[in-house]
Design a binder for this molecule. Structure first.
Ligand code: ADP
Ligand code: ZN
Ligand code: ZN
Length: 760
């Protein structure tokens, strides 16, 4: 008998179903393989994953049998099966959704694909093959044949000579289509085949992303600086001693966190164990992949969403087969089928991309910690600006705190100049640039140095601000910025539901220069061309990087000095390391502050610190110019002084006072329905149930309309629960999830989000 989690996501099916194992399939039905089973009335064929098997027989013949087995070996091992169950419980997601989230999309069976007659062992269908040449004759026989050819049959002779060579050295078959001296034209090879000289054999091969990086010179370990050595001295005993300890490596930008990661990985490999490293978005940080590849070469596998499905599948199989010892990847690489793991690393641990905003709403940090406990291996979190949650855990001693307060090259962090845009002289073209920033850019141009310019597009047009005094409309009850709702032309609070009309005159200073805030990169690029006609500008944003490899191309061009200014959105704030960048300009530091989000200050501080860290990383000193309408805001002031510690203390005080994380745990429930009234009714019903079931320990915010009240023809409502200790929470939510699933047939959708990144 097999326990099968079927691909029918409803709460009733969150437990596995029992199926009988027909005798002919007895050897193939093992935990971790995908199967096809009949489900429900009419025995609809659905995909399922076997999570357990028992010897128990189906004596009374009541169980439905497994119809087909889709894999010739388990695609999820015992660890990952257990992890999927834990994740389903922890995130209130369907078990099958969790299982699928762990697999590369090439292995997601959909119903269409099943209907198209999927056969046993479908894996093979997704594998790339290439034609290989296999010699069939002996060395001497080939030489004889060479002599028999007419002298002008050059191609045949070349082929025969090659075959003679290959037949002696017992080498692997040769790829037919390879370029260079080993390449033969197909006609000649086909002729050889019909002569019986060779066989053409399709063989599996790996689509290798970054294969060209393999050829790069191997880099050697650097001699650690004193602060790197201190971090390593703390880490290595945990690696050697198989301790599932979590470390927070807080190191300023340029402090050399990468070298610590690499040496820790090297130590892990020396122990005979493997290492898994997560980075936020690989496309944005190609340098990290290059660093890891440079150190560990072909042992490295890379997993991320910018790869084609085929490439990702192939990298995944290399890991699964034990052919890779180091895995580098974005969020979903947390599920890499790596075994025998001795170290987990998460670079830039504060990044929001580590949390999936779709079901299953997991945070990769939690997944790494679960796996760390499973493997008895340490988890190393690194950042220049740790999330408040992690930093608070370090303060409590839950995490071991490692500090690297200085840059590896002993250079100071760049000075940050704050430009008060309310008082500044602005350019006449667009009004986006202050004289200070323009002059700084011009200086770099004159000296032949490079600049990075960031335009913060977050919260584009989603709030209103006075350009005269910097006033941003805030909720009277919550001290949170109000969100602009264009459809109804109102400002609303997403925390308490407060609503007011959009002002036409600034309530603070009476000015009429009230704006929906937001500037596009394209527009800024155009004004740059007018303001600095000699500057060569490269633009990096969603538009210019849509195509595969778009990021890499732009970054490469910038690295080769094909431009003087790299203009981009937040995506340029991450780990770029260009030695000739001596100026970082931030066009608008405020947009994140205007967001109706209790993490707005944290995000602003992180972003400014990260982007400032791009300046002056090598010999030339760097500088940063930040334009803002809120020069007195503590997030901006403290970012100016690179003062994370002070920011942490200040922000924790505010979170404590307002009762926000990390002082409280939070949970967000969202309900949507095509009809507004139905959605509203459902959320108020949920609110009633929660009030009934939860103790007065838990605080409920809402119900309120969703940030986007209507999306894709559905109306959204939400509730946020804050709690410190609420023993009833899990059982209550579980029950509500089951109940609401019954309603899902009537067009309801319910989303449960543990520790949402924001309340909006
Ligand atoms: P972070 O990730 O902490 O911002 P990086 O790892 O990018 O910093 O390191 C910043 C720079 O310092 C890089 O150019 C790196 O090569 C250099 N570096 C790091 N460690 C050392 C070392 N031990 N000796 C010499 N240079 C180092
Ligand atoms: Zn409010
Ligand atoms: Zn004003």
């Amino acid at each position: 008998m097999a326990k099968v989690v079927v691909d029918v996501p409803t709460m009733q099916t969150n437990q596995p179903y029992d199926y009988a194992i027909p005798a002919p399939l007895a050897d193939n039905v093992v935990p971790g393989v995908r199967v096809v089973v009949g489900f429900g009335k009419g025995d609809r064929e659905v995909m399922g994953v076997v999570v357990d098997t028992t010897d128990q027989q189906d004596f009374d013949g009541k169980l439905k049998p497994i119809m087909r087995v889709l894999d010739d070996h388990p695609i999820l091992d015992k660890e990952l099966l257990a992890l999927s169950r834990w994740m389903a419980d922890d995130t209130f997601a369907f078990w099958i959704t969790c299982l699928q989230a762990m697999l590369p999309s090439a292995l997601h069976a959909d119903t269409k694909w099943l209907a198209n007659g999927a056969k046993t062992v479908v894996n093979r269908g997704r594998v790339a093959t290439e034609d290989f040449i296999v010699p069939l004759l002996k060395h001497d026989e080939y030489l004889t044949l060479v002599d028999q050819q007419r002298t002008n049959a050059k191609r045949r002779i070349t082929l025969l000579q090659a075959l003679a060579q290959w037949s002696t050295d017992g080498a692997e078959p040769r790829l037919l289509s390879v370029a260079g001296p080993d390449s033969f034209d197909r006609t000649t090879v086909k002729a050889g085949q019909s002569q019986g000289w060779l066989r053409i054999e399709p063989r599996e091969f790996y689509r290798r992303p970054y294969a060209n990086l393999d050829a790069q010179a191997r880099t050697h370990a650097l001699t650690p600086t004193a602060q790197q050595q201190r971090a390593l001295d703390a880490l290595l005993p945990a690696i050697d001693g198989h301790k599932d300890q979590t470390f927070l490596l807080e190191g300023v930008t340029g402090s050399g966190k990468t070298e610590v990661y690499l040496q820790a990985i090297a130590a892990t490999l020396a122990q005979g164990r493997n290492a898994l490293m997560l980075i936020p978005e690989i496309a944005l940080t190609p340098q990290m992949v290059r660093n890891v590849k440079g150190r560990f070469g072909a042992d490295v596998a890379v997993l991320h969403s910018a790869l084609s499905d085929g490439e990702r599948f192939d990298e995944w199989r290399r890991i699964e087969r034990g052919e890779a010892r180091v895995v580098v990847g974005a969020r979903s690489a947390a599920f890499a089928p790596l075994t025998n793991i001795g170290l987990f690393i998460m670079d830039e641990e504060h990044e929001t991309s580590y949390k999936q905003d779709d079901s299953p709403r997991y945070h990769a940090r939690d997944v790494l910690q679960w796996r760390g406990a499973y493997h008895h291996a340490p988890v190393l979190l690194g950042s220049a600006t740790p999330s408040l949650e992690s930093r608070a855990r370090a303060a409590k001693g839950v995490y071991t705190h490692l500090l690297m307060p200085e840059r590896a090259n002993q250079k100071p962090l760049p000075p940050v100049q704050i430009v008060d845009m309310r008082a500044a002289q602005l350019d006449s073209v667009s009004g986006d640039f202050s004289n200070e920033l323009l002059n700084a850019l011009q200086e770099r141009l004159d000296r032949g140095e490079q600049s990075v310019l960031m335009l913060n597009r977050r919260g584009f047009s989603s709030f209103v601000m006075c350009r005269e005094c910097g006033y941003v409309a805030k909720c009277p009850n919550c001290d949170i910025s109000l969100t602009l709702h264009m459809d109804s032309h109102t400002l609303r609070c997403h925390y308490c539901g407060h609503e007011e009309p959009v002002p036409t005159v600034c309530p603070s200073c009476g000015s009429k220069r009230i704006r929906y805030y937001g500037t596009g990169t394209e527009k800024v690029e155009q004004s740059l061309h007018k303001l600095l006609p000699n500057a060569r500008v490269l633009r990096m944003d969603v538009d210019t990087t849509r195509r595969k490899g778009g990021h890499a191309k732009i970054l490469k061009a910038f690295g080769q000095h094909e431009a003087d200014i790299l203009l981009g959105t937040q995506m340029i704030a991450k780990g770029l390391d260009f030695p000739d960048v001596t100026l970082v300009g931030v066009i608008n530091a405020d947009t994140a502050l205007g967001l109706p989000d209790f993490r707005a200050s944290e995000r602003t501080f992180q972003l400014l610190t990260q982007v400032s860290g791009r300046a002056g990383r090598a010999d030339k000193a760097g500088a940063v110019v930040v334009q803002t309408y809120n020069p007195d805001h503590y997030a901006i002031q403290l970012a100016q002084h690179h003062d994370y510690e002070h920011f942490f203390v200040t922000e924790m005080g505010i979170r404590h006072q307002s009762g926000y994380p990390p002082y409280y745990f939070t949970f967000k429930l969202t309900v949507s329905h095509p009809e507004d009234r139905q959605a509203a009714k459902a959320i108020y019903h949920l609110a009633d149930e929660l009030k009934h079931s939860l103790s007065d320990q838990a605080v409920m915010l809402g119900p309120t309309r969703g940030a986007i009240a209507r999306l894709k023809r559905r109306y959204y409502y939400q509730i946020v629960i804050k709690y410190k200790n609420e023993p009833q929470l899990h059982a209550t939510l579980e029950r509500l999830l089951t109940e609401t699933q019954v309603g899902s047939r009537n067009g309801f959708q319910v989303a449960f989000d543990r520790e949402p990144l924001s309340f909006v």
